[in-house]
Design a protein around this ligand. Structure first.
Ligand SMILES: Cc1ncc(COP(=O)(O)O)c(C=O)c1O
Length: 363
């Protein structure tokens, strides 16, 4: 695509950092990972951070460390990437879906209350700050705390997003991040668990590293979900540049809000009060002709995508669970379209995307 939907921002600093690790001979379990964990925890504002090999691995170990066991129910959104639910299933847990709010596309606190009244055996809740827009954390925390449930924040799309002046990933019992190349910062593949609970961090650290704290002494059954020092070295540079990238994303979003407002049939993203989104995506809603707009933009070389075309309760591999209908998630899957907002866009790119969108609706 001439104007891609995402592009990792890799510069000379990342290349230099990788070369230094390669030349050091310490490619894994070295100082880069430990430093990246410290720096990431400090950035998010948590006591601890545990690096992993992917966001999916981070979700899985966080859920395991939070005590999800076979048969436990965990409430989450059906309008997310598959990993949010598959991590629950890999623990032997049962994802219980709860419909989302149409404006924010995030878990709806009122519906969450109703779901918890209906379901028994629920152990916790996983919220997703979809597209980088923070969830209604205060309302959701009230609900989970008063019922003794854990809250896990899936921040895979929300590095640096703020809720009431604090970074997401510091509100729940734990937060998880992904560093996949399309994300606001990348390590190639990689992930992180953030938490203020030192015991929880200790369990995550053990799960990531074969259940051991001391080499060849295995206290619990674990995995190899470690991040490499090559990845961590990239991550440390990316973290230093994250705020600058997010500021550019926000400036690009402001441009679209200005240039695309007032178009009949086009609904712009909703920014909830007290939030500073990370604009991982700039996602519009188009009630009619969404797929036509997608084809039109792509035909002009503009990358765009539907996140997500099939809500999780409609996915083939989950059909045996007999989920009911989640009408908001279903209608959103027919309406949403993400257009380029990444930091690498030029003023000319932004002008062109806006011009094409306007031209489409003028037809
Ligand atoms: C909401 C959400 N959760 C989890 C993940 C999984 O992260 P990863 O691809 O790093 O395993 C992703 C991204 O891919 C995501 O968007």
């Amino acid at each position: 695509m001439r104007i891609p939907l995402s592009r990792p921002m890799i510069g000379e600093e990342e290349k230099k950092a990788v070369l230094e690790v390669l030349e050091s001979g310490q490619l894994a379990q070295g100082e880069q990972v430990a430093s990246f964990e410290r720096e990431f925890a400090e950035y998010i504002g948590t006591k601890e951070a545990v690096a992993t090999s992917s966001g999916t691995a981070a979700l899985f170990v966080a859920l395991k460390a939070l005590g999800v066991q076979p048969g436990d129910k965990v409430v989450t959104t059906p309008f997310t990437f598959v990993a949010t639910a598959s991590a629950i299933l890999h623990c032997g847990g049962i994802p219980v879906f709860c419909d989302v709010d149409r404006q924010t596309c995030n878990l709806d606190p009122e519906r969450l209350k109703a779901t918890l009244e209906r379901e028994s055996g629920v152990k916790g809740v996983v919220v997703v700050h979809l597209y980088g827009t923070p969830c209604a954390l205060e309302e959701i925390l009230d609900i989970t705390r008063s019922r003794g449930l854990f809250l896990l924040e899936d921040c895979a799309q929300a590095h640096g997003a703020m809720y009431r002046g604090r970074k997401v990933g510091s509100f729940g019992d734990a937060g998880v991040f992904s560093f996949y190349p399309t994300k606001n910062m990348t390590t190639g593949e990689g992930g992180m668990v953030t938490t203020n609970d030192s015991e929880l961090a200790k369990r995550c650290r053990m799960l990531v590293n074969h259940g051991s704290r001391r080499r060849y002494y295995h206290e619990i059954l674990g995995y190899n979900f470690r991040m490499t020092d090559i990845a961590a070295a990239i991550g440390r540079v990316q973290l230093r540049r994250l705020e600058e990238g997010n500021a550019r994303r926000r400036a690009h979003a402001s441009f679209y809000f200005r240039e695309l407002s007032g178009i009949e049939g086009l609904e712009l993203p909703f920014i909830p009060r007290d939030t500073l989104p990370a604009f991982h995506q700039y996602t519009v809603k188009v009630r009619e002709r969404r797929d036509e707009l997608l084809q039109f933009l792509r035909s002009w070389g503009v990358g765009c995508e539907v996140y997500y075309p099939v809500p999780l309760h409609r996915q083939a591999f989950l059909q045996s669970y007999g989920y009911g209908a989640f009408p908001v998630a279903e209608s959103l899957s027919r309406e949403v379209l993400s257009i380029p907002v990444h930091p690498g866009l030029s003023p000319g790119d932004l002008e062109e995307v806006a011009r094409l969108v306007r031209a489409f609706f003028a037809k």
